[in-house]
Write a protein that binds this ligand. Structure first.
Ligand SMILES: NC(=O)c1ccc[n+]([C@@H]2O[C@H](COP(=O)([O-])OP(=O)(O)OC[C@H]3O[C@@H](n4cnc5c(N)ncnc54)[C@H](OP(=O)(O)O)[C@@H]3O)[C@@H](O)[C@H]2O)c1
Length: 282
């Protein structure tokens, strides 16, 4: 097998760190792209990108915080230019399933002239353990809008397995994959699975999007983050395409996707859902 030099942007994040582990296990040379890496890669400091791309064959792109935010399209266009200048051969980008705005960024990759794979993922299971839903779970009360939304949760380990293959196998060139789990769960059902797996009482309280937005602002959540969360709840969760279950994980990996229950059981065993909020803030 040929050893590749691969830049993983967001390489310490939810999918990036898992991709890094897999690529290193396979013997590839991995460079992490993040603000704290050396050389640093910051989406807001394009001057540093040439250094991060030097000698790189392939790039896994996760955009922070989301491909739908203002400025994302220009950043992806600039990254494509810099990648071509650095003789990068292939780009694999993480996009959102049911997220129409992200598709503008996908088009930039598709028309880049470089090899590419687009990986559109549904909402991650890990939002409950490594992202903004961890704190409400620890507080024992999860207050969210779109209580009726049917979400085909996907596991970050499945995404990482697919992305790793997309990076190293040519048969994924030019493909658009849509990754989901094999069933949908509402927020309430997902919270109930977590409560059962962690043997705790966790309440789910449905609210309107307006109430949720007002609550975030009252709690001092920065306006750009509040805007993004409202966008995701309105546009992505409100898009009926999101609920569709696909078989792409199984087609690519030759096995069933990780089920939400399996995820919840595994995370519960680590004890992170039994830590009190006071301890997480220490
Ligand atoms: N969560 C979901 O349910 C979901 C579903 C579908 C698609 N997505 C997409 O997934 C993408 C995020 O992927 P992820 O969840 O794997 O990553 P993540 O966990 O959100 O990313 C964290 C990583 O990004 C780096 N980072 C943060 N800000 C940065 C900046 N300004 N410049 C460069 N690096 C930065 C962090 O390192 P430093 O702090 O050191 O910079 C860290 O390595 C988003 O585009 C989102 O739209 C998410």
């Amino acid at each position: 097998m040929k050893t590749e030099n691969i830049l993983v942007i967001g390489g310490t994040g939810k999918t990036g760190k898992r991709v890094v582990t897999r690529l290193e296990e396979l013997g590839h040379i991995v460079r992490i792209g993040s603000r704290s890496a050396s050389p640093a890669f910051d989406w807001h400091q394009p001057d540093g990108w040439a250094q991060a791309l030097e000698g790189i064959d392939k790039v896994y792109i996760t955009y922070q915080p989301d491909l739908a935010v203002p400025g994302a399209l220009e950043s992806i266009e600039q990254l494509v230019k810099e990648s071509k200048r650095a003789n990068v051969k292939k780009l694999v980008i993480l996009s959102g399933k049911g997220e129409r705005e992200a598709q503008l960024c996908e088009q930039v990759i598709i028309h880049s002239g470089l090899e590419y794979t687009i990986v559109r993922a549904s909402w991650f299971n890990q939002n409950f353990s490594e992202n903004f839903l961890l704190e409400p779970v620890l507080e024992g009360i999860v207050v969210l809008p779109q209580a009726e939304a049917q979400i085909p949760w996907v596991d970050a380990d499945d995404i990482a397995d697919v992305v790793t293959k997309a990076l190293i196998e040519d048969r994924h060139n030019g493909k658009i994959y849509q990754l989901t789990g094999s069933r949908t769960l509402t927020f309430g059902e997902a919270v109930a699975e977590i409560a059962k797996a962690s043997n705790r009482e966790i309440q789910f309280v449905p609210v309107s999007i307006k109430e949720y937005g007002d609550g975030m602002r009252k709690a001092g959540v920065p306006e750009d983050f509040a805007w993004l969360i409202e966008y995701l709840f309105t546009e992505v969760l409100g898009n009926p395409e999101l609920a569709e279950v696909t078989s792409d994980v199984e087609k690519i990996l030759g096995r069933k996707p990780i089920d939400f229950r399996e995820y919840a059981t595994k995370v519960a065993a680590t004890g992170i859902w039994n830590t009190s909020i006071a301890q997480t803030h220490e």
